[in-house]
Every structure is written in C-alpha cells, then in structure tokens.
Design a protein around this ligand. Structure first.
Ligand SMILES: C[S@@+](CC[C@H](N)C(=O)[O-])C[C@H]1O[C@@H](n2cnc3c(N)ncnc32)[C@H](O)[C@@H]1O
Length: 251
C-alpha cells in the first residue's frame, strides 16, 4: 500500500482539498473521485459515518488512512475539528461546460457576474446544490474552485456544475438578472431553464450582463435599504423558483 503522504503529494496539484468530514461525505455522495483521504482518528471518523452518513460508510472505510496529528496538520491550512482531510479530482472544464449546456434543462443555472468574495461564492454553490440547480457559473477573475470557495461549499461543488465562463459563453435560456431597480420578482414565475444572474458585491451587474438580460427582477426591499448580500439574494431567488413550481421535493 502506498504511504498516504506520498499519495497526497502525487495528487495535490490536480486535486482540490476537502477540509473536514462533511466536505468528504458530500463529495463522495455526489460521485467525486477521491484518491486519498486521511484522518487523525479512524475509529471516530467511522463512528461519525455510522451516525450521519451510512450511505458512504463503506467508501470511507476503504479510503481513510490514519495519520499522526502532525502529518495531518502539515496537509491543511488549519486543522478541522473532525480531523479529516481528503483530495478530490476537479471535474474537467469540458464536463462542466457539457453539463451546463445540456437541454432541456430542468433547473436553473446561477450566474455570479464578477463576484469578489470567496465566502459568498462557496455559500452560493451550497445553495445551488441544495436546490438542485444545474450549475453555478462565475464571470470575471475569481476561481470558483479556489480552496476557500471549496471550503465554503462544504464539498458540494460535486453536486452541481461549477465553472468560470465569459458573458458571451453563458448557457442558453431566458436570462433573468437580479437588480434592485427591476420588476418585483413576486409577479414572475421563473422557468426551469432560467439563467439567473447576480451582480458583483461591489458594483452590481456589469454593462455586458445587463445588455444580455431578458428581464430585470427585484427582490422586495424597503426603500431605505440599498441592497442585500449576494448569497442571500441567490437564496431568495432560488426559493422563489422552488415555491412557484420548480425544485426537488423536500425530504
Ligand atoms: C451586494 S449586491 C450589489 C450592490 C452594489 N453596490 C450595486 O451597486 O448594485 C449584489 C447583488 O445582489 C443582488 N441583489 C441585492 N439586493 C437585491 C434586490 N433587492 N433585488 C434584486 N437583486 C438584489 C443583485 O444581483 C446585486 O447585483
């Protein structure tokens, strides 16, 4: 058997870090390829799996190698309370672009137009996964697979298609851009093939995205408030889609 540290080093460049038990659990659940997983306490991690993730317990049993706390600490930016870390293969751009372009679409694509905050991007990917959205596209320079975004997404990048694209490469479908100056969203039923676009935390929607938009929609907000946080805006919009007919049933 290859020593876990050698295996980790061999895969580190082509993979993303799964930080903690829950990120690893989600990634396995949604089909991620995980070449290496370590823990400081195998028995505790498997007990957690028994309690919270019976569906992936066997996979975890096969994958997890116990390592000394010092070795684990050398692999992660800061130790996670569960003492679990793993590497997962990042899906190819081609696979993501294919998934985003597939029609007919049964759930919207979320577009973040030049987002700046890595935590917001992670929270949005988690939301998209929860609502069964087709994917999350970012425009601009932020890498939606940045380690901080992956941490914020709790391993749920593997439950949806996450890719950076140009505005001119966005998937087909009616584009609904969210902006406080738009029409009240409550008067609109969002179709399953909608492309839902949200502006940057700093400057809102870009001129390029606005020019491409078919509809401009506003979330209800009293006049003295300028705007909502980006991730909460996505949450309200996906909830609106779900409440007006879309989205998988709650379990
Ligand atoms: C923090 S806001 C951007 C604020 C920015 N300073 C601006 O000038 O628009 C980030 C994004 O969230 C969405 N958003 C926030 N509040 C909204 C509202 N009341 N209605 C519709 N979209 C909203 C928009 O897509 C917006 O571009």
């Amino acid at each position: 058997m290859t020593d876990p540290l050698t295996c980790w080093r061999a895969h580190a460049d082509a993979c993303v870090l799964l930080d903690g038990f829950h990120a690893l659990k989600h990634a396995l659940r949604f089909g991620a390829e995980v070449p290496v997983a370590v823990t400081t306490d195998r028995a505790a991690a498997l007990a957690l799996a028994e309690e919270l993730a019976g569906d992936v317990r066997e996979a975890l049993d096969t994958l997890l190698t116990e390592v000394p706390a010092k070795t684990y600490a050398s692999l992660v930016p800061r130790p996670h309370p569960t003492g679990v870390a793993a590497l997962a293969v990042r899906p190819s751009r081609e696979a993501n672009v294919r998934a985003l372009a597939r029609t007919p679409r049964t759930a919207p694509v979320v577009v973040l137009d030049n987002p700046r905050n890595l935590g917001n991007a992670g929270a949005v990917i988690r939301l998209a996964a929860g609502f069964g959205a087709t994917g999350v596209v970012t425009t601009g320079t932020l890498d939606p697979w940045h380690p901080t975004v992956v941490r914020g997404g709790a391993g749920l990048h593997f439950a949806t298609a996450v890719e950076r694209l140009g505005v001119d490469e966005l998937p087909a479908g009616p584009l609904f851009a969210l902006d406080p100056e738009g029409e009240d969203i409550r008067g609109t039923k969002l179709p399953d093939d909608a492309v839902l676009a949200f502006g940057s935390e700093r400057s809102g929607l870009s001129a390029e995205l606005r020019a491409r938009a078919d509809h401009l929609l506003a979330l209800p907000m009293r006049p003295q408030v300028s705007s909502y946080n980006l991730a909460t805006s996505v949450a309200m919009t996906l909830y609106h889609w779900s409440a007006t007919g879309g989205a998988p049933a709650a379990s």
